[in-house]
Design a protein around this ligand. Structure first.
Ligand code: AMP
Ligand code: GLY
Length: 414
């Protein structure tokens, strides 16, 4: 039997569930969202602890850091997603930086601080761009990168005074600013063997031309012409392999995705950060390009028996996130979304275009409503990046609601 439970409620989980269902799995999502339910996926509010399946996939970082995978494994379940010990790579930037130094992974120099004066003194020794990060989970929004020393100093004060991010703000990391091209390399790891998926790029700033605040991600594309198979081999050798060795040395059995945020600098690829789960929206372009059995692949990872070398369609995928007005600072929700059919897909279907829902709900008359910052994301697959981009934008432009926010330059340039 190919039964899978996916934990989460965003477009990433929609894409994971969609991929598993495509490859013949019987998928239950907890809790899921209105768009997944409309697409025929079984969405339940039951805790995954109460569910039975051959495979459990935990989507977001928060339950992983809180130890959900540990609990499910203690029940004898096959889980895709690390235990709390492995999840600390994302749960604490200070831990991650200490880990990377011990593992000798190529990454930015840094200092970790709780004291404002010490942090400001360290900042004075750095060169621009200045990079200030909150230690704990802040949904991709706890990072400032700026050329202005005054702005960096103010950010240090705000974050360490504990007002900006509450508990998450009690320690900060100040890093050397890396210059180069950014890429997301998601690597499957069964505890021992690591296999990269296609490199992807996401668009983190809310505005065109990388302006405005950081978000969870406003769009993505894959694969990357600028990241060759040679670059991937170097990144595996200098970043991922030493990480897997260090995990094993620490007695951490890591089964899930190691998502490496990489800056390809003049001196080669350097690690910006690890996430311990699939990227969002990278997953929405990677999963549609996977040509091997997705259930089998994740099952092998979850059971520590990764044998399959992932294979991909010879195609390109682009996804465009449609967000609510005010995102990421104060998204306004509750508007009716026009342009969706009963199944939550485009009212007028288009070939090779899929809508993955994130923050949507339904009212009593069955209208889809906006219910979160990132509302949904529209993915197109085509023979070239630019064709996929045109298709994704044409489709996204048929989905409307007041004040809709999207970036216009996703996948415009390689
Ligand atoms: P993070 O949440 O650590 O991925 O940071 C969010 C974004 O800030 C990254 O995607 C980069 O664009 C940028 N960033 C983070 N660290 C650095 C760094 N050391 N140098 C330059 N840019 C960075
Ligand atoms: N796309 C950024 C993230 O998933 O963290």
């Amino acid at each position: 039997m190919k039964r899978a439970v996916v934990v989460g409620a965003g477009a990433r989980e929609h894409a994971i569930a969609w991929g598993l269902a495509r490859d013949g799995a019987d998928v239950t999502v907890t809790p899921g969202n209105a768009g997944m339910a409309a697409a025929g996926l079984s969405c339940v509010t039951t805790s995954p602890v109460e569910l039975e399946a051959e495979l459990f996939v935990v989507g977001p970082e928060t339950p992983l850091v809180a130890g959900l995978a540990d609990i499910l494994r203690s029940q004898g379940k096959a889980v895709f997603g690390p235990n709390a010990d492995g999840a600390q790579l994302e749960g604490s930037k200070a831990y991650m930086k200490e880990f990377l130094a011990a593992a000798n992974v190529a990454t930015a120099a840094y200092g970790a601080f709780r004291d404002i004066d010490e942090a400001l003194r360290f900042l004075d020794t750095m060169k621009p761009p200045y990079v200030i990060k909150t230690d704990g989970l802040a949904a991709g929004k706890g990072v400032l990168v700026t050329a202005s020393l005054a702005e960096a100093q103010q950010d240090v004060r705000d974050k360490l005074s504990g007002e900006a991010f509450g508990v998450a703000g009690s320690t900060i990391v100040i890093e050397e600013g890396l210059i180069g091209t950014e890429c997301s390399l998601l690597v499957l790891c069964d505890g021992e063997r690591a296999e990269p998926l296609l490199p992807a790029r996401d668009f983190k700033r809310v505005g065109d031309g990388d302006t405005g605040p950081n978000t969870g991600g406003m769009g993505a594309f894959a694969p990357l012409g600028s990241m060759t198979s040679e670059d991937i081999a170097v990144a595996m050798k200098t970043i991922v392999d030493p990480t897997v060795r260090e995990l094993r040395r620490r007695g951490i059995e890591y089964r899930g995705v190691l998502y490496a945020g990489i800056m390809v600098t003049a001196e080669g690829p350097k690690l910006l950060e690890y996430n311990v789960r699939f990227g969002d929206p990278e997953t929405e372009v990677i999963v549609p390009l996977i040509s091997c059995d997705f259930f089998e692949l994740l099952f092998e990872v979850a059971t520590g028996s990764l044998r399959t070398t992932p294979t991909f369609l010879p195609a390109h995928a682009v996804t465009v996130v449609v967000a609510a007005p005010g995102y990421p600072v104060a998204p306004q929700t509750g508007s009716i979304i026009h342009g969706l059919g009963e199944d939550g897909q485009l009212a007028t279907p288009r070939r090779n275009v899929t809508v993955f829902h994130a923050g949507t709900s339904r009212d009593e008359e069955g209208h889809f409503l906006t219910a979160g910052g990132r509302v949904l994301t529209v993915t197109a697959v085509a023979p070239s990046r630019l064709e996929a981009r045109t298709m994704a934008y044409e489709a996204a432009n048929t989905i409307t609601f007041p004040g809709r926010v999207l970036r216009n330059d996703v996948a415009e340039k390689e």
